[in-house]
Design a protein around this ligand. Structure first.
Ligand code: SF4
Length: 369
């Protein structure tokens, strides 16, 4: 614990009051993907009342304007954001010189300059004494932040569509030629998404392989097949290193062996889907589309599909799901028997998955043996 700042002179206070809204602006831009014009249109009071569309889930919205491709003056629009963005705006409002309702929150600004000042402050003694991670040199602009967010969102299940909606690409499709220019921005984005997806898959498979070597095993119906695959790779590595004792097996060699498996990996909401055989895919069977070349992640029933595995990283999701289901069951009236049976089955399934993950990742047995 240490005081958040040493005593400051007046001018240093003024400078700090300039740095904090920049930090808020960076959070906003990074986690919402808003363009400069949209950020500049934000006004005091732009945080809209919180909504709770589903019990326990809060929706945070902010009001701004879309300017690009719109008639003069822009068009009013809303953004659904995450809580840190909402809080950043609240902080920026508190630090505003004249916080009257409707006043521009940031007004016109040069992001490049403000970002540079912010980075200098974080990397200075003041930032370092707070333990902030130093920020690397190099250009960062709003377009880069928006693009990084787009990529990050796009390679999640259903992400390309979510990105289009969130970043309001529907509105800019005409102006940027997304739909009418083959090989244009959309194709570029998709190509980049695919590249990141492959890299991410390889990284995930490698992580799971390393977990396997540590004795942390996968769980779920597809666990045995994945474990056998990892055992096979491990054996190959052993043979290779026995033949050439001086050769250090680095990640690159392992990755080469894991590449094929990484190509069939898809991310489910709370599981990994190893889509190697469409005829065994439960989602395709349920949908009656066995000829498909991709899984139907939206219909995934990972607790029953032989191609699904669960890993320690999925545990919090299942545990949270179990807790929520318990609450729902508690709130049900005595007459809603059918609903209760359905929810109880859901709860049992979630608890079973949690127990399986715990059992598979428990390394104590291995260690004691
Ligand atoms: S049910 Fe789930 S795990 Fe099985 S193939 Fe479909 S998406 Fe993959």
């Amino acid at each position: 614990m240490l005081p958040w700042t040493p005593p400051l002179h007046r001018l240093q206070v003024v400078a700090l009051v300039g740095i904090v809204p920049t930090a808020a602006m960076i959070v906003l831009a990074t986690a919402s993907g808003m363009r400069a014009s949209q950020l500049m249109e934000l006004r005091i009071g732009c945080r809209l009342p919180l909504e709770e569309p589903v019990p326990g889930f809060t929706r945070y919205r902010i009001a701004s304007k879309i300017v690009k491709g719109q008639p003069l003056g822009g068009t009013d629009d809303e953004w659904v954001v995450i809580e840190p963005v909402h809080r950043s705006i609240e902080l920026a409002e508190q630090l505003h010189e004249a916080p009257e309702n409707g006043a521009l929150l940031f007004g016109r600004f040069s992001f490049t300059v403000r970002y540079r000042w912010f980075r200098n402050w974080v990397n200075s003694q003041a930032g370092q004494r707070l333990g902030l991670a130093p920020i690397r040199e190099g250009p960062v602009n709003l377009r880069m932040l928006r693009r990084s967010l787009a990529l990050d969102m796009a390679y999640r299940p259903g992400g390309v569509l979510a990105t289009k909606i969130h970043l309001k690409h529907i509105a800019v499709a005409t102006t940027e030629g997304y739909s009418s220019r083959p090989g244009g921005a959309q194709a570029e984005l998709l190509a980049e998404v695919n590249k990141h997806e492959s890299e991410r898959n390889l990284r995930l498979v490698l992580e799971e392989f390393r977990n396997y070597q540590e004795g942390i095993l996968p769980a779920g119906p597809g666990a045995r097949s994945l474990t056998e695959f990892f055992a096979g790779i491990d054996a190959q590595l052993d043979v290779a290193s026995a033949a050439a004792p001086k050769t250090q097996r680095n990640d690159r060699d392992v990755l080469n062996l894991l590449t094929k498996r990484a190509q069939v990996l898809h991310l489910g909401p709370a599981n990994y889907c190893w889509f190697s055989d469409p005829s065994r895919a439960l989602c395709l069977k349920l949908a009656g589309t066995l000829a498909a070349d991709r899984p139907l992640i939206g219909m995934c029933d990972s607790a029953r599909c032989p191609q699904a595995t669960h890993h320690p990283g999925h545990r919090p999701l299942w545990a949270e799901h179990a807790d929520r289901t318990k609450v729902f069951i508690g709130q049900l009236g005595t007459t809603r028997k059918t609903e209760r049976i359905r929810l109880q089955a859901d709860l049992d399934r979630a608890l079973r998955v949690v127990t399986e993950i715990d059992a598979a990742s428990d390394t104590t047995n291995e260690e004691s043996s």
